[in-house]
Design a protein around this ligand. Structure first.
Ligand code: CP
Length: 307
């Protein structure tokens, strides 16, 4: 593949190839061995129009550990503030020789437009409420490394599905890889048609407590208050009572089950500190795995030394 814009871009073979390559990259990502020369002479641009901690830093670390040159572009402090368009910004980066552009943008579909304008590879690092495919890949990697497989796993994706690009990409990718996904949350935050539209077999349940005992993975989503009005989010306390994962709820999970969260977390709302910091939580591991997975994505898109 030339670009990575959506979880739907990945068939099972390609997704598995990325996860297998990420496994090979793990020693370099974890700095146990020195960096690889695979992308020497290539330039990766991080083009971020929205805030990020994990994604931007891990793409930078991934590119550097493959010996690529990295240019970090933040819309704040750039000519975007003077009104420069995404297209003109993209063409400027292209003129500076970007081989790959990693883009985060508040508008759903922005990475797809960018892919029409630049010659290099485009990686979607989160577009609006649409998709975040490398997050889904690092989540799948984490599940596979903790539980040994993806096919047949029961994964509950819990909370603010409506605004979650992480949920969309996870549903698409996990379904391709044979996991069974159930979306859990209040009816106002799970659009009626989302499960059917994303992937056949994806279920919906409005009661977290009934789903937990049969889940191998419970993935808590950040409540994105900045994207919603009070009309469908009446009370943080009520939300936490019905859909927050706390100690007693975690005890309903099977012994082997893991708890995930893409970050950043609202501690005390969708997840309590007791759960986030427990041995079942893979939250920090997900961040570390993000570097290996993003190394694999850049390596495979840019073709290593073969391009
Ligand atoms: N999970 C995630 O995308 O985190 P950031 O917003 O910090 O990149």
């Amino acid at each position: 593949i030339r670009h990575l814009l959506s979880g739907a871009d990945l068939d099972a073979d390609t997704a598995t190839q990325i996860l297998d390559t990420a496994e090979e990259m793990a020693a370099v990502a974890g700095r146990e061995v020195k960096k690889l020369p695979a992308l020497r002479g290539r330039t990766v641009v991080n083009l971020f129009y929205e805030d990020s901690t994990r994604t931007r830093i891990s793409f930078e670390a991934a590119a550097k550990r493959l010996s690529a040159d990295v240019i970090n572009f933040s819309a704040k402090g750039s000519s975007v503030a003077k009104g420069e368009s995404l297209k003109d910004t993209a063409l400027t980066l292209q003129a500076m020789g970007a081989d790959a552009v990693v883009v985060r943008h508040p508008a759903s579909g922005a990475p797809h437009r960018l892919a029409d304008w630049v010659d290099g590879s485009v990686v979607n690092a989160g577009d609006g409420t649409h998709e975040h495919p490398t997050q889904a890949l690092l989540d799948a990697y984490t599940m596979r490394s903790r539980l040994g497989r993806l096919a047949g796993l029961s994964v509950a994706v819990v909370g603010d599905v409506l605004h979650s690009r992480v949920a969309r990409s996870n549903v698409l990718l996990l379904s391709t890889l044979g996991a069974k996904v159930t979306l859990v949350g209040p009816p106002t935050l799970i659009p009626v048609d989302i499960a059917a539209a994303l992937a056949p077999g994806t279920g919906v349940c409005y009661d977290l407590d009934t789903v937990l005992p049969s889940s191998d993975v419970v993935m808590m989503l950040r409540v994105q208050r900045e994207r919603m009005s009070d009309s469908y989010f009446p009370s943080a306390r009520e939300y936490a009572r019905r859909y927050g994962l706390d100690g007693p709820r975690m005890a309903r999970l099977p012994e082997h089950a893991i708890v995930m969260h893409p970050g950043p977390m609202n501690r005390g709302m969708e997840i309590t500190p007791e759960v986030a910091d427990s041995s079942r939580s893979t939250i920090v591991e997900q961040v570390a795995n993000g570097v290996s997975v993003r190394m694999a994505v850049l390596y495979l898109l840019l073709g290593g030394n073969n391009r």
